[in-house]
Design a binder for this molecule. Sequence first.
Ligand SMILES: Cc1ncc(COP(=O)(O)O)c(C=O)c1O
Length: 441
Amino acid sequence: MTKEKFDTLRIHGGYNPADHNYAASVPIYQNAAFALGSAERGEAVAAGTLPDSYSYSRVANPTVDVFEKRIAELHDAVGAVAVGSGMAAISYTILNVAENNGRIIAPKNLYGATLDEFQTLFPKFGIECDFVDNINDLDNVKATIKPDTKAIYVESVSNPTTEISDIEGLAKVAHQAGIPLIVDNTFSTPYLFNPIKFGADIVVYSSTKGINGHGNVIAGLVVDGGHFNWANGKFPQLDENEFTIKSKEFPTDYSFNNFFGKKAFIERIRLKYLRLFGAVLSPFDAYLELIGLETISERISKEVATATKIAKFLKKNPHVKRVYYSGLPGDAQEDLAKKYYPKGIGTVVSFDLDGDLANVRKLLNSVKVFLYLPNVGDSRSLIVNPVKVTHREVAPDKRKANHLTNQLIRLSIGLEDSDDLISDLGQAIESAFKLKISVDN
Ligand SMILES: Cc1ncc(COP(=O)(O)O)c(C=O)c1O
């Protein structure tokens, strides 16, 4: 049988009803632990040598397992691990690749909490980040690689100004240096873009966003393409002997590389970071993720169509100075958008409002359909002012280079009627300029 396509896998991937009392919808296994059956079986389950077996839900759970397998199949990847938030997915991935005094390379225009973590927290764990101004300046990225650099980390589409990263070019630079490319694909979702197809090695998500699509779960994912050679000598943590994977069948100590082969990285995320740091996804939340995922294509395609309409509307509004929705005709990244995003750049549109903070506040107080809150990828349309909320962590002197002005507004487009959204924005912008008040800062 030929490999099933995206729209089939998002409904059926990783699940066989015959293994679950023929339940059509994936059951919620709300259990902390599972009976081991017999002493012999218990030993094999604990050693991880019995496939699709469970002992304790911090390490694996049948509902979460279906979600992980479905996500892996949607990426044509060798494995995925679901965790309790996007930040947990990012943290575990960076620690797993660069622990023990490694360095990473990343752009400066990262999501605020990621930037804060790379800048201020990882250095306390011995991991340094070399930031570059323009991640698509491949010669500069190459020149930034040092002997102890362990990975290049990027967002496929940046938050909030939707810059596209040249994933294929960056993967080549990374691989020439024997290091992986890690991509935060949150804004794109696997429906719009699969970084692994263009050479990325590890993909991380805040699946709080478009994968779930309903704003009712905090969740994260790590996905492993399985193509990177982790045994190239640069990652001793995957070569060292590991007592947790010793068993009756495999009596000697094994390393992640020689026991798991292509799955070494993702299995180490599960067995070391998830098992020991413990940010698990609950079975109920995995179920909500699975339900959301079933409609990803219809949701995102409608949201992209509305986002495009809204971007065009904003471009014509006299109170809007600049619109950020990469790939619009005439945009500097039109070619990258055509190459990587034939189905559209995404559901987030940002814009610079004319005026000052007072106008921004008035606009935020005037919207009626858009909800003012710090999230994206919901079925509801959302609005936020990044410098005051989601990107507060970016130091004021570093904001200009990332287009983070006081007047920047980020929209996440949902599933409402596009005419209602446009009229809501139109009236809110109009209200914002009815009264001229000025405030400092
Ligand atoms: C691009 C991106 N990555 C990661 C995260 C963190 O995800 P979470 O809030 O699920 O921890 C966010 C959250 O907004 C995000 O926008």
